[in-house]
Design a protein around this ligand. Structure first.
Ligand code: GAL
Length: 416
């Protein structure tokens, strides 16, 4: 018995024995909701299995605005974390300031260029060198619906905005909240861009939010986007201001509300609550956007650090993020799809399979577009200008859509 125990202890020690260069990684992120926390715990666990230690630097707040503010303070005071959740255009901004370190050696060893689409790896490189690692691909233009609430209201899950308004009326009349929403700038922008994708179409969406084309930003179709966005406001509840996105998701989960327009991190909440897609909830493209895909690629950027142990731990973290086992477990919890194209998808549900199929298909039709609301389409300055106009408009019931479109163009111009 004693021997058995000793052997067991020894084998446990062997399994957890530290590598030659065991180090610590301090990782800044904003993944604090139920599904998000489970996802990030998988990364921590896999890193610790390799003998490194994980110092969690979580800054709550969906969309990451607070996290970015805290990160700036830490970096400017000369004490950056090892890695931080930095995405899209922000990677270029941090790279330009000289804070980031190259990961090219890990990338070459792990063959990232061969396994990740170039549309993603391009975002991860600064001056041609890897400074960040992608974790996943989120589809933002989703509608999450509670079928029981629809049934009780005698309504159909909508596929177009017109159908959305018809369904929302019935749901409201039946005493439910049609659309669960959190009144925070990034959530307002998430709903706004879904409507823009439908009304403008992919080509003009790109002209507006990638090219910052003044004619489209201030044009007639943008007026229509604002008008429809204003109408959506009739179907949210009066407690929405300030509400966190995952609280809004829980309203759909518990049948208080019928729908939420949100990226597929919402699925992480349904999953964490033990809900089954196709039964307890359904995922359909945001109204009018079937075949279109607004992408939001989460990634970690790596900071330049001095000591060798920390550098080794950083490299282990970078390699782990694109490891196939990690990609599977992380994305199952997170609601996103793996960023590697050579994955076995057999454990993924229909929402993820639909997302993967649309991701691949939309890349060939021009319907794969970057999310403005999630920092993929333009600089943080232009994004901030759009946020302001969109949020102020949404919160003012007497605001004029025509004026809003012209304000949008002016605000973006000033931020360029
Ligand atoms: C997004 C992020 C997602 C999700 C969401 C809510 O910006 O890309 O991974 O976590 O915020 O926190």
């Amino acid at each position: 018995m004693k021997l058995k125990q000793t052997l067991l202890t020894l084998s446990v020690m062997a399994a957890t024995v530290a590598p030659a260069f065991a180090g610590e990684v301090e990782v800044l992120h904003w993944w604090t909701s139920g599904g998000e926390a489970k996802s990030v715990a998988a990364l921590k666990g896999m890193l610790e299995e390799q003998g490194h230690s994980w110092k969690d630097f979580a800054v709550a707040g969906g969309g990451g605005e607070s996290a970015m503010t805290v990160l700036k303070t830490r970096a400017v005071s000369g004490n950056p974390p090892s890695a931080a959740q930095i995405k899209g255009h922000d990677i270029q901004e941090w790279g330009g300031l000289g804070f980031l370190t190259t990961l090219d050696d890990v990338a070459a060893e792990e063959k990232w260029d061969d396994n990740v689409p170039s549309m993603v790896t391009d975002i991860m490189k600064f001056n041609g060198e890897y400074v960040a690692v992608p974790v996943n691909v989120h589809r933002v233009n989703w509608l999450w619906a509670n079928p029981a609430v629809f049934e009780k209201s005698g309504a159909q899950v909508p596929t177009t905005l017109d159908e959305f308004f018809v369904a929302a009326e019935k749901i409201k009349a039946a005493g439910f909240i049609p659309l669960a929403h959190g009144g925070q700038a990034w959530q307002d922008a998430t709903v706004f861009e879904a409507i823009a994708l439908d009304v403008l179409g992919s080509e003009d969406y790109v002209k507006a939010f990638v090219d910052l084309d003044m004619d489209v930003l201030g044009g007639e179709k943008m007026v229509e986007v604002f008008a429809k966005f204003q109408k959506v406001h009739d179907y949210i509840d009066s407690n929405s201001p300030g509400r966190d996105w995952n609280v809004a998701t829980s309203m759909v989960i518990n049948g208080e509300a019928a729908m939420q327009i949100m990226g597929d991190w919402a699925k992480g909440e349904f999953t964490a609550a033990g809900k089954m897609p196709g039964k307890d909830y359904v995922c359909v493209p945001a109204p009018g956007t079937a075949g279109q895909f607004t992408h939001n690629v989460d990634s970690f950027a790596f900071f330049e650090l001095d000591d060798k142990e920390s550098q080794m731990a950083q490299k282990a973290l970078a390699a782990t993020i694109l490891d196939k086992d990690f990609q599977e477990v992380f994305n199952l919890n997170k609601g996103s799809i793996p960023v590697r194209l050579d994955m076995d998808m057999s454990k993924f549900d229909q929402c993820a399979l639909d997302s993967m199929a649309t991701f691949k298909e939309s890349a060939t039709t021009g319907d794969l577009v970057p999310s403005m609301a999630h920092g993929m389409s333009t600089t943080s300055y232009a994004q901030g200008a759009i946020y302001d106009v969109v949020t102020n408009f949404f919160n003012d019931s007497s605001a004029d859509p025509k004026e809003a479109a012209s304000k949008l163009a002016k605000a973006v111009k000033a931020a360029m």
